[in-house]
Design a protein around this ligand. Structure first.
Ligand code: NAP
Length: 259
């Protein structure tokens, strides 16, 4: 797997922090040339500098996934810097919490625009370049929240994460003629700066509800993304992989306690 990613040009949206940074780290470790993308250039540059310390080729670019012109500039930047574009990891996302009764229409739109429309815009901008690759890959970061589970305060978020999978199942058919595969990783609870903001209690309760008894590491998601991007996954498209330590499996607290 690692050999087939060496020298590949990879974009990671939302790569400055959290899961995206973990994905960028794993790809850089496999010898890929990575472009980290986020709205805040300083954060993206700091991540690129940190991940590039061992000699890996990691660059940074400021772009907002809600703007098509930004996404087009991002795709061009990857081609200009790294000579091609082989892999898009459409990972950028936000997860503000608000229950339906308090949620504003503006908050709904912001989550839709970033998580769902942002996935579409990143893919739309990258396809013209991915078409030229012999190993064109799109890996979407979805979630268990929405497609499989629910959590109060995340109706909008869950809708976007389920929506990404609906989008993927037609996108993979449309893009198959170019040899581009489209797959999605569905993380459970992963330790990130974003998740840490939900508080110690949330983190502890969540870890206790997971059969493997720990929250995931960002590299756990990076490894799954790297598999989908590898040559070995060439015949897999429109598929999902849940990376959650078994979190969705116990059918009750009793099932977990009696193990
Ligand atoms: P995070 O730590 O908050 O990082 C979010 C990243 O996305 C940052 O790099 C941020 O940088 C970027 N971003 C946000 N809005 C953007 C925009 N409009 N344009 C470009 N970049 C943008 O989040 P995370 O926890 O790693 O989550 C990353 C992805 O994993 C999301 O899609 C999320 O739904 C998914 N996920 C996370 C978990 C988890 O447990 N953490 C679980 C399941 C799924 P800027 O602010 O500088 O733009």
């Amino acid at each position: 797997m690692s050999a087939s990613l060496k020298g590949k040009s990879v974009i990671v949206t939302g790569g400055s922090k959290g899961i995206g940074k973990g994905i960028a780290k794993v790809f850089a470790g496999h010898g890929a040339k990575v472009l980290i993308v986020a709205r805040h250039l300083k954060d993206a540059e700091a991540a690129a500098q940190e991940l590039g310390k061992g000699g890996a080729t990691v660059g940074a670019c400021a772009a907002d996934v809600t703007k098509l012109s930004d996404m087009e500039a991002m795709a061009k930047a990857a081609v200009d810097r790294h000579g091609a574009l082989d892999v898009l990891c459409a990972n950028a996302g936000i997860f503000p919490q608000a229950k339906i009764e308090e949620m504003s229409p503006e908050s709904w739109d912001e989550v839709m625009n970033t998580n769902l429309k942002g996935t579409f815009l990143a893919i739309k901008a990258c396809v013209p370049h991915l078409k030229n690759s012999s190993q064109g890959r799109i890996v979407i970061t979805s979630s268990i929240t929405g497609p499989v589970t629910g959590y109060p305060g995340w109706t909008h978020y869950g809708a976007t994460k389920a929506g990404q999978l609906g989008f993927m199942r037609t996108a993979c058919i449309e893009l198959a003629k170019y040899g581009i595969t489209v797959n999605a990783v569905m993380p459970g609870n992963i330790v990130t700066e974003g998740l840490a903001g939900l508080g110690e209690d949330y983190m502890k309760t969540m870890a206790a509800s997971i059969p493997l008894k720990r929250l995931g590491a960002v590299e756990d998601i990076g490894n799954a993304a790297a598999f989908f991007a590898s040559r070995e996954a060439a015949y897999i498209t429109g598929q999902t992989i849940i990376v959650d330590g078994g979190q969705i499996l116990p059918e009750s607290l009793e099932a977990l306690a009696s193990a």
